[in-house]
Each structure stands twice: as C-alpha cells, then as structure tokens.
Design a protein around this ligand. Sequence first.
Ligand code: NDP
Length: 281
Amino acid sequence: MSSSFQSELTGSFSTPCDDNPTVAMVEAAYRHHGLSWRYVNAEVPPAGLAAAVAGARAMGWMGFNLSMPHKVAVIEHLDGLGESARLINAVNCVVNRDGRLIGENTDGKGFLSSLVPVCDPRGKHVMLLGAGGAARAIAVELVLAGVARLSIVNRSADRAEEFARIVRAAKPIEVSVAGWSGDVVVPGDVDVLVNCTSIGLGDATARVPVATASLRPGLVVADVIPNPPRTQLLAAAEAAGCTTLDGLGMLVGQGILGIKYWSGVEADARVMRAALEEAFA
Ligand code: NDP
C-alpha cells in the first residue's frame, strides 16, 4: 500500500521514504526539466486514507498517485472524476484543479501512449488476457480510442463477465468473453494481444499460457509487466516475428501524464525510461 504525493511545500516535513522505481522515474523528470518539485512515497493504511487526502488538500499539494487498495476507496474523498476514472470506477492519479481534487485514471492512457506509435487502435481487434484493474483501465481507453472489437480471456469467468459489462457501458462495441483453459490460441484476425495478468512479475521465466504457434508477424504483442521488462511472452513473440511492447512504456506513459496534469510540463520519455531501467537493474 503506498501513495505518492507531489507538492510544492511551504513547510518542512520529515518522513522515512521508500525510493521506489516510480519515485526515481518522476524525480529524474523533475530534475531534467528544472522543476524544483518533489515526489515522495508514503505508506498509507486503509484506515488513514481519508486523513491523508485531507492532509494533501490542506497543504495544497498539486496531486498524488495511488496504488491498491486505495484506487476505489479514494473516490468518496474527491470532488470529481475524469471520464476514464468514472467509467473504470478507479483512480490512480489525483489532480488539484483550482482547489478541487479530481480523480483521473492514467494507467490505460499510459498504455495507449506506448501503443499508438506502433499501431493505431482505431478499427482494430484487441485480445486482452486478464480482467483485473490494469485490463479494465486499458480496455476502457482502447474503447474510447475507437477499437472495433475486444476479446477478453480470463481465468475466473465471473470477473471476465463483470469486466465485459464495464466495457459495454463505455461504448457498445463487440466484446467477447472466454474462460482460460490450456494455451490460448490467438485468432488470425487479432491485431493486438495484451497480457494484463500478473504472470511474469518478478520472474522472466514465468509462462503466460499462449499457443506460440498462433503468434505471427504483423501481430502486436504487449505486456503490462514492467519488471522484468523482457518477459517470457515478449521473448516468444519476438522470436515469432511479432512487434512487441514492454510494460516500461506504459509505466512511463502514465508518469508523463501525471506530471503534465500537475505541472503542465511535457516530460521527456527517454529520461524517465532510463531512470526506470536503472532502478530495476
Ligand atoms: P489484479 O490483481 O487486479 O488482476 C490480476 C489478473 O491476473 C486477473 O485477471 C487474474 O485472473 C490474472 N492472473 C493472475 N495470475 C494468473 C494465473 N496464474 N493464470 C491466469 N491468470 C492469472 O492486478 P492488476 O490488474 O492491478 O495488475 C496486473 C499486473 O499489471 C500487475 O503485475 C501489475 O504490476 C501490472 N501493472 C503494470 C502497470 C504499468 O504501468 N506497466 C500499471 C498497472 C499494473 P483472475 O481474475 O482469474 O484472478
């Protein structure tokens, strides 16, 4: 459980800070762009969330990021939601807009910013593996960006059906849902395959059950896993001639958007990616 707060402080605070990779990434951007801002990481237990948000509000902080389990619970403490956060019903980035704390969801937008340079999602068929928070954020953003069709594959059927309902509420596009048994075969008309499961986190040998023979040149294969960035799925996809996108691109993309929301500065992706790679090395 952690929340990262970002502020222009007029007082001084002393707190133990965990310099995690995201902190390294955002602070590298601040230094590069000459912003004398800080991005600090604070552990906030669920019982302390209301007080933490009230504190950020009282101190006039420009915003903060949230991770689980605060992404839904924070909503009742905010003054409004951006469109994606409302559709997904989850907030990972709060922005102080003229004293009003507005909840945004930048995970899916971060993914989109890494996808668009290699593939325009408009009219495409995207297959998503997984139905958790990352999958929902990505799906809603893809739908808003104009994908024609989504195929969802998830281990637990209930969660996949609930996920499909959220997507259809965002836009009435074609959404199909399938359970996961054995190796998933990627149909020939799928343009983009995204691993949104947590398989591969911290383990470059962990295998996402996908039929390697169904990976082919022309298919874009993306993985949300940022660490290690070269997952077993991406290695197999590369060997099959697919275009690949790693999870660092998504993480950098959501970071750029947060900095833009808070400061108006368009941060340099290369600087942020280099800081992340160093922190994860
Ligand atoms: P959730 O816990 O909400 O969802 C996890 C998903 O993975 C579920 O669909 C779950 O299926 C599936 N899953 C887990 N283990 C298995 C398995 N062994 N076989 C099949 N399916 C499995 O997590 P999030 O969606 O929040 O996060 C998922 C990953 O995305 C994390 O590893 C996180 O690090 C990464 N992430 C990356 C970001 C980035 O910027 N790069 C941003 C946000 C997240 P089921 O529903 O059946 O349990």
